[in-house]
Design a protein around this ligand. Structure first.
Ligand SMILES: [Zn+2]
Length: 391
């Protein structure tokens, strides 16, 4: 089966498809992992260190959870900038809609996973005054826009399988859970991603359709409870989505699927009528080894030259501050990046995914001051070509 699938993959990569191109510079920000707890601040750090875990080897050792102050600072930074229409840049936040319910899990001897939807609050021991109000305020102000990441970031069955087997892995899970931290991915990639179990045979790694349908149904429900709306854009954890995922998303009204970086792939529709968007600029000061604002500006220029949107990837960790101040540097870099874009492009437009979807459908979108015209054209491309064009 594997060779057949690979052959099919190669064939689709060579198949010409209609890609959407635009005659104005468009900039979107896609940001993952909001609402997902990590290290429980200083206290969690000290607790894990006391068990002998050496933290600090990689940035994600210091991933915590955003605070109301982090969001206020991000919102203020975005409000200092405007596009040619007078709109502020908008960070589309992809939310993880549940965390582990550590107190429930301790009752059953840490044997099974129990989830706590963020609509019901944060796990025991976590304190974030004003955080949920800050999400909602930013959304009301138009500088944040909520979208769907998942219910959990990890594959539930992979975590449960490993936690049931006594050994090093279950020991590590329990040590983290007792300190109020669900996981630190790079230390345990065997936990996989929500729809993808890495230790299954290659053909079975994506969860079966029925199971994905059940999970996505739950996620939609949790999103509605949290935001009193339904998401229209989704990004699978770890970008691990297959046709089954897209089919279920489409059934639930998802219109845009977000994909990871890898070439200047123009927005295009898949066979489920979902607009597929690929990230084209990696703005990750907290984790990028050779991060530079100039490089990001160059990546954006390359997009504009090709008539494709600059889809900026920026993970939530960049704005965290409670254990390590990632936020300060990121906001300074963001300010410089936005200033660079605005000074060079008087016709610049900041959008989020749903607005881009509207552009593609109608060639215009409604803004507060009326509608804005953007000429949208279709050009054939192949994914193989688009990937090769990374310079
Ligand atoms: Zn993520």
């Amino acid at each position: 089966m594997t060779w057949a699938r690979k052959l099919w993959q190669r064939a689709t990569d060579l198949l010409p498809i209609d890609g959407f191109h635009f005659d104005r510079p468009l900039v979107l920000f896609q940001s993952d992992d909001w609402g997902r707890v990590g290290l429980r601040d200083r206290e969690g750090l000290e607790r894990l260190r006391s068990t002998g875990l050496t933290l600090g080897e990689r940035p994600y050792d210091y991933y915590t959870l955003e605070t109301a102050e982090d969001l206020a600072a991000l919102s203020a930074a975005l409000k200092r900038h405007r596009d040619s229409n007078g709109h502020h840049p908008c960070v589309q936040m992809n939310f993880i809609l549940a965390n582990l319910d550590f107190s429930q899990m301790s009752v059953n001897g840490w044997r099974q996973i129990r989830l706590l939807p963020i609509a019901e609050g944060l796990p025991e021991g976590w304190v974030r005054p004003g955080l949920f109000e800050a999400y909602r305020q930013g959304i009301a102000d138009g500088v944040f826009h909520p979208a769907m990441h998942g219910t959990t970031h990890f594959c539930g069955s992979a975590v449960e399988r490993n936690s049931e087997m006594e050994g090093e892995r279950s020991g590590l899970l329990r040590m983290l859970w007792q300190a109020g931290t669900p996981y630190i991915y790079w230390r345990m990639p065997w936990i996989g991603y929500e729809y993808w179990d890495p230790e299954k045979p290659e053909e079975e790694r994506f969860l079966p359709f029925e199971l994905q349908r059940e999970l996505i149904g739950h996620t939609m429900g949790s999103f509605a409870r949290m935001f009193s709306s339904l998401p229209r854009s989704a990004c699978a954890p770890g970008y691990r989505a297959n046709d089954d995922t897209h089919r279920v998303w489409a059934q639930h009204g998802i219109r845009v699927a977000q994909n990871g970086p890898g070439g200047f792939i123009p927005p295009h529709f898949d066979r489920n009528d979902i607009l597929q968007l690929s990230r084209t600029v990696e703005f990750e000061p907290a984790t990028g080894t050779n991060f530079s604002v100039d490089e990001c500006l160059q990546q954006a220029e390359s997009c504009f030259e090709r008539g494709v949107p600059a889809v900026v990837s920026v993970h939530s960790i960049n704005f965290h501050s409670t254990v390590k101040d990632f936020r300060g540097r990121s906001l300074r870099a963001l300010d410089e990046f936005l200033t660079g874009l605005e000074s060079k492009h008087p016709d610049l437009l900041y959008l989020h995914d749903e607005e881009l979807y509207e552009f593609v459908q109608s060639g215009s979108y409604e803004s507060g001051q009326g509608s804005t015209r953007v000429n949208v054209s279709k050009k054939k491309f192949t994914k193989a070509q688009a990937r090769k064009r990374i310079e």
